[in-house]
Each structure stands twice: as C-alpha cells, then as structure tokens.
Design a binder for this molecule. Structure first.
Ligand code: FAD
Length: 318
C-alpha cells in the first residue's frame, strides 16, 4: 500500500488520534522516518504506528480507514526512498512476527524479516528460502515485490497470501496464480491491499547443507555489493536480456555524485548516501543515470526502488 503526495486534513488526523487512543494504540507524531530506512534519507511521517502482531496491524489499518487518513505500510524500508518532506498521513511499520512451521510448510506474518525465516527454515531442515539471506526485507515486502536472488524468488515458494482489502474491509486469501507474480511484480504492487501473512511450501534437506548454501549466498553478496554503505538495493530493474549494473558501469557512471548521493563504486546499480543524506539528491542522481544510459544505449531503465511521500511537483514519484 503506498501513497504519493495526498493532502491530509488535520480533522482526519485528530479523528485518527482519538480512535487510536480508544483502541490503546500508540501513535508517534511527526516521527522521523530516515532512521527506519536502509537508505536513511527522508522526512517525518505525520503519524507512525508500529503494530507488533497481526490483530494490532489489522486494527491500525481499520482505524486509519475509518478516520479517512491515507496509510503507507512499510516493512524494513529496504526498498524505499522517503521524500525529504516526509509522508502525509499514517505510516505503519509492520512488526507482526508469528511463524508456524508444520511439515514442509510455514505460515508467517508479513512483518517477519526474511533473514529470520531463513534461520528458522535452516534449523527445521526446510530448503528453498536460502536466497532470502540476501534480501534485508520483511516477508510482506518480499511478496509485494516478488523479491528474488541467486536464481530463487518468492513465487517459487508462495502457496497462499492473506491480504486485507481496504475497499471491502475484508481479509482475502489468494493462491499463487491470483498473486500474479512476475519479475519483481505482483498484484499487490497495483492496489491498496495489505499483506497480512503468507504460506510457503519448502523442500527437505539436511540443515548443515542448507546452512552451507546460506553462508555461500551471503558471502557472494558481501563480495559484490556495498553492504557497509547506506543503500536501498538495486536502483533499477534489469532490462530484458541485460543488467542495469552492466549498462551503468559501461556508461562510465560509477562514482558519479549529486550532493550527498553517489553511484556505488562497488556495484553500479546501487546508489549510496552519506551519513546525513537527502532524498532529492538520490532522485536527481537516479534521473541523471537514467538519462545517461538512455543517451548512450537507447535503453530506458525503470526504477526498482520505490519513491514514497510528498515529493515536489517537478520531482513527483515516477
Ligand atoms: C543491501 C540490499 C540488498 C537487496 N537485495 C535484493 C535482492 O537481491 N532481491 C530483491 O528482490 N530485493 C533486494 N533488495 C530490496 C528489498 O530488500 C526487497 O525489495 C524487500 O523485499 C523489501 O522488503 P521491505 O520489508 O523492506 O519492504 P519496504 O521497503 O518496507 O516496502 C517496499 C514496498 O512494499 C510495500 N509493502 C511492505 N510491506 C507490505 C505489506 N505487508 N503489505 C503490502 N505492501 C507492503 C510498501 O508499501 C512499499 O511499497 C535489497 C535491498 C538492500 C538494501
């Protein structure tokens, strides 16, 4: 669920505050978002809620709906560029984290970090999610994006997804086909539904063998990506038959800088920020990289990172 530049009236926010107080839900006013993201840029949210379980998440979503306040659900914010002006309305930082394993399946809340799921799977001798060690997001964010790495992706494992539909205020269950997964694509990118939980089917293997693959995947990443720097993963999707990083590198753009943001010298498809960075610099640099690749190769790169919040009109989120 995302929002771009809606206006929120103070009456709606007051309604939300009152409903939250009635339900015993803590809201932070003008909550800084940059420290909650991996890129560490962006301004505050009008209100921030951090539900710790699925019931609380659902209640928060329902009171926002009732109050008429727009709502942005985030997981680990590892795919996000939050605007410098911040996000109007409510940001919900999803921390619902229940995990149930039974035979070769697991059912987990959408706020569970993938790395934690990988750990649980390894201990239980369940294979298939090893690739998730390289993706610093939550299960909800990973299903939303059909995240993938090392040749695996979420659609290989997802059997069913529970999602809350704000239009009907109902919880729907979608099977794999209904999720409409594609390359970094799912139905959830094209609507307002909030993923509550997912059921994954895994294979069986020796925990030591699974652990060895997890370690190898992690080592491969550490050697090729700027993991010590602030970043939000791959900036652009790979165009068909090529790699965005190869094109950016071949255009000579590694190290290119706009203000506090620069193209990583370790991996060209990463933008890294200084300790105190600006979202506008990230956006301007991304647009310059896109223009340079277009000019040089005639290829229009598409953003994979997600721009959220209140962007100036000239910089509206793509
Ligand atoms: C170092 C690094 C490496 C990365 N490597 C990879 C990689 O190999 N492969 C890959 O695919 N990605 C990669 N990423 C990107 C990112 O980690 C993934 O896209 C991840 O799935 C995002 O999950 P998140 O919880 O952080 O989502 P967020 O960034 O918090 O949110 C991303 C989007 O998902 C939506 N969303 C989040 N939770 C829900 C929910 N419960 N219901 C509905 N919508 C929701 C948000 O509204 C937002 O629009 C990398 C990022 C970093 C920083």
């Amino acid at each position: 669920m995302s929002l771009v530049s809606p206006s929120v009236d103070s009456v709606a926010l007051s309604r939300l505050d009152a409903l939250a107080a009635e339900q015993g839900i803590a809201l932070t006013v003008d909550a800084p978002l940059a420290p909650l993201t991996t890129l560490r840029v962006g301004g505050p949210a009008d209100r921030l809620a951090t539900p710790g379980d699925r019931d609380e998440l659902l209640t928060v979503l329902q009171i926002a709906r009732q109050a008429g306040v727009p709502c942005l659900v985030i997981g680990n914010a590892s795919d996000l560029v939050v605007a410098d002006a911040g996000v109007r309305g409510l940001v919900v930082r999803n921390r619902s984290r229940s995990v149930v394993i039974s035979d070769d399946e697991l059912i987990a809340d959408s706020g569970v970090p993938l790395a934690l799921l990988v750990k649980r799977c390894t201990a239980a001798g369940l294979s298939g999610l090893e690739f998730g060690i390289s993706i610093p997001g939550t299960l909800g964010g990973a299903v939303w994006a059909n995240a993938g790495a090392h040749g695996g992706e979420m659609r290989d494992l997802v059997v069913a997804v529970d999602a809350w539909d704000p239009a009907s205020d109902r919880v729907m269950t979608y099977d794999t086909a209904a999720c409409r997964f594609g390359y970094r694509e799912s139905r959830f990118k094209h609507g307002d539904e909030v993923i509550l939980a997912a059921r994954l089917r895994l294979g069986r293997d020796d925990p030591a063998a699974i652990g060895a693959r997890v370690t190898a995947d992690h080592a491969a990443r550490a050697a090729t990506q700027p993991l010590a720097d602030q970043n939000a993963g791959s900036v652009f999707r790979n165009p068909p038959g090529d790699h965005a990083g190869r094109l950016i590198d071949a255009a000579g753009l590694k190290g290119m800088r706009v203000g506090t943001a620069s193209v990583s010298t370790v991996h060209a498809n990463f933008i890294v920020t200084e300790r105190v960075g600006r979202a506008a610099d990230v956006r301007a640099l991304g647009d310059r990289v896109r223009a340079a690749v277009r000019e040089r190769f005639g290829i229009e790169l598409q953003y994979e990172i997600e721009f959220v919040g209140e962007w100036p009109a000239a910089e509206e989120a793509p």
